[in-house]
Design a protein around this ligand. Structure first.
Ligand SMILES: [Ca+2]
Ligand SMILES: [Ca+2]
Ligand SMILES: [Ca+2]
Ligand SMILES: [Ca+2]
Length: 283
């Protein structure tokens, strides 16, 4: 062995020295492996966290796209919200049903510029004082089926709400699901967030707005919260028109599990939405 090593020009090492070096390398390798493993684990956790955050961002974008058009909440519970948007959003799911440049009611005003696309807001055809949706005016048997676009949830006049959307937390699948309904029939399902371990929806109104009693804010923080809203109605879920018509803001708080990390990612947004505050609601 000594001769062989000498051939390569070194001073040469004995077999004992070689074994000693191997042993030292072996001993050093254990903490090194542990260190690398730990580093890799942390890297993977960070990677997973980043992926989940990116997925959360996608969900946030989809919700933001809805929130600019949300105009009324029809049902609100801690795990499910159902809300209304104008039928122009048929563009997203049934583009065949809505054309910006057509003139559905034949009044020589294109749909995109027409404040009453189906022409059922006026009694007669010119007198703005006879808008049916004004206080003191007679509203048809079902108020939300007629009026100006914002108030009219049935612009194809088939007796069903044109466009509603639900967000539902499904704990079995750990997802928050978005479902779109056209004329009350489901047309599209998608996942807003996955790996969700908890999800809470809460709802707000402002005192003395949309007919909310001025004294409804019993907590005195300037906001009528879910509990105060429920106290005005029947308690529990906001499932009655008398409760939901006052809602002008809501919050989602979604906890997303991060693989390999004890720290979950929390996606949260709380806001009031202008169309919810300006829409006159009808049962
Ligand atoms: Ca028109
Ligand atoms: Ca209308
Ligand atoms: Ca209508
Ligand atoms: Ca309809």
């Amino acid at each position: 062995m000594k001769n062989v090593l000498k051939k390569f020009g070194g001073a040469g090492v004995t077999l004992t020295e070689l074994m000693l070096v191997s042993a030292i390398i072996g001993i050093l390798a254990i903490p090194l492996t542990r260190m690398l493993k730990g580093g890799l684990g942390a890297f993977m956790a960070a990677e997973s966290r980043t992926t989940r955050q990116q997925s959360a961002t996608t969900g946030r974008g989809a919700v933001a796209w809805d929130m600019k058009d949300i105009n009324e909440v029809l049902f609100g519970s801690p795990t499910r919200v159902v809300f209304v948007m104008d039928s122009y959003r048929w563009q997203d799911v049934r583009p065949d049903k809505y054309n910006y440049f057509a003139d559905d009611d034949g009044d020589a005003v294109q749909n995109i510029s027409d404040p009453d696309r189906d022409g059922d807001a006026l009694v007669g055809n010119t007198d703005m004082r006879s808008l049916m949706n004004r206080p003191g005016k007679v509203v048809g048997t079902v108020g939300w089926r007629q009026g100006l676009d914002l108030e009219d949830d049935d612009e194809d006049n088939d007796g069903r709400r044109d466009l509603t959307v639900s967000y539902t937390y499904l704990p079995d699948r750990q997802v928050v699901e978005r479902e779109v309904f056209v004329n009350e029939e489901s047309v599209q399902k998608s996942t807003l967030w996955d790996h969700v371990v908890s999800s809470t929806f809460t709802y707000f109104a402002r005192p003395d707005t949309l007919g909310v009693p001025p004294n409804a804010d019993t907590g005195g923080d300037g906001i009528v919260d879910t509990a105060e809203l429920a106290a005005l109605g029947n308690g529990g879920d906001l499932d009655r028109f008398a409760e939901t018509r006052w809602i002008s803001g809501w919050e989602y708080a979604i906890t997303i599990l991060t693989e390999g990390s004890a720290v979950p990612y929390v996606e949260k947004r709380r806001d009031f939405y202008p169309l919810m505050e300006s829409k006159e609601k009808f049962p």
